[in-house]
Design a protein. Structure first.
Length: 401
């Protein structure tokens, strides 16, 4: 399928506009990383505690942040996740200990921060109470008056926890939600010793600082080695300048993508690194398609200048570029809009990366190739044409200095 026939756009004639565009976004990203937001690494890399909280009503992030600040939990990261109708929030804390006590400390810190000041001091929160706490409280109060029969109250506690976590999605609106689940005397006993808050801590996770440092190091190695491997491949497949131009274009894409995360203060997690590696391969593939067409045209158009050949090659592959990049962009855009908070960073990186990766194949890699050949021609008075034969042999033609 071909969208354009006989199109003749002078892409290289617009290289200074492209250079200005790239400089604006690259410099803005670098300034943000150096002076404004820095590189906003997530818990995966920095280490810390993640607390997953579910609310009975739609949560207000500003109110949550104010509550955590009052409780002394400075710089807590608050992020909605999942289906908005589920009223779920992810709160990231700086606590980095990795033992069981740290899990409880993170959970209790959030509970203490979010509970209003007027909660009953002589009652426990049923939404944040575990099985053992509920069972022991029932045994102590003995609402069934069966002598504190532990198996009976353990079964009631199990039903309460199961109803709360599975049927009610993790949070009870009131103790009356348990009507018909537990005997009425036990329900009355629960009301004497418990209350229901407007939230429940669903899960707590910890990433230690050492693990985060290892993940950060390996992520950098993964990106660096992937680029080095592609440089070597293009060196043998075409010529060294092709590999250098393609890698510079990919570095350009990565810099702008990371800069976009910094400008918007979005956290960079392991899934974002996976997205960056994905867009690295995607951008490189698009660049190779254009380079391959340049090589084919060099074999049949030896009297044309390299600039003319590059322009024609880009125009000939333009339909393919728009079709593949356009369809992929629509897919990741849908993922960004409808994929939920968990995939938000991943899909945002792909949305930015595909746009910039497609742009850089045309506006960065190709002009750099031509600029290098023109520089060689001016130095020597004769310009070597890059690889033109299928066997990899180099052929040279004279070009005007």
């Amino acid at each position: 399928m071909e969208l354009f026939r006989g199109i003749n756009i002078d892409w290289l004639g617009k290289k200074w506009y492209f250079l200005g565009f790239s400089l604006i976004f690259s410099v803005a990203g670098v300034l943000s990383m150096l002076f404004w937001h820095g590189i906003p690494l997530g818990v995966d890399f920095k280490g810390g505690t993640l607390v997953y909280v579910k609310f009975t009503q739609a949560p207000h992030e500003d109110a949550i942040r104010a509550a955590t600040d009052r409780a002394g939990l400075k710089d807590a990261r608050i992020q909605r996740y999942g289906d908005p109708r589920n009223n779920e929030v992810l709160i990231g804390l700086e606590q980095r200990a990795t033992n069981e006590a740290a899990l409880d400390a993170g959970k209790n810190a959030i509970i203490n921060a979010l509970e209003p000041a007027d909660v009953p001091k002589d009652k426990q929160d049923l939404n944040n109470a575990g099985f053992a706490t509920i069972r022991d409280a029932l045994i102590a109060s003995d609402p069934l008056q069966n002598g504190g029969n532990e198996p009976a109250y353990a079964e009631i506690a199990r039903k309460i926890v199961e109803t709360r976590d599975k049927t009610k999605g993790g949070v009870l609106n009131s103790i009356d939600d348990l009507k018909g689940v537990v005997p009425d005397p036990a329900l009355a006993g629960l009301k004497q010793g418990f209350f229901t808050s407007s939230f429940a801590v669903r899960n707590v996770e910890i990433v230690g600082p050492q693990v985060g440092e290892q993940l950060r190091s390996r992520a950098l190695w993964a990106v660096g080695l992937s680029m080095a491997g592609m440089l070597v491949y293009l060196w043998f497949r075409f010529e060294l300048i092709y590999g250098v131009a393609a890698v510079v274009a990919v570095l350009h894409d990565t810099l702008i993508t990371v800069g976009a995360f910094s400008l918007m203060n979005k956290e960079i997690s392991l899934t974002v690194v996976a997205a960056i590696l994905t867009l690295t391969g995607y951008s490189m593939n698009d660049t190779i398609v254009i380079f391959d067409r340049i090589r084919e045209n060099l074999k049949s158009s030896r009297r044309e200048s390299l600039s003319e050949i590059v322009n024609r090659s880009i125009n000939q592959t333009l339909s393919r570029t728009i079709l593949t990049s356009g369809l992929t962009f629509l897919t990741v855009l849908s993922l960004y809009l409808f994929g939920g908070e968990v995939l938000h960073g991943f899909s945002f990186a792909l949305v930015v990366g595909i746009l910039i990766g497609t742009y850089s194949s045309i506006a960065v890699a190709a002009p750099m190739l031509v600029a290098y050949q023109d520089w060689r021609a001016q130095r020597s008075g004769r310009g070597p044409v890059p690889v033109s034969g299928e066997s990899g042999k180099r052929q040279k033609v004279r070009v005007k200095a």
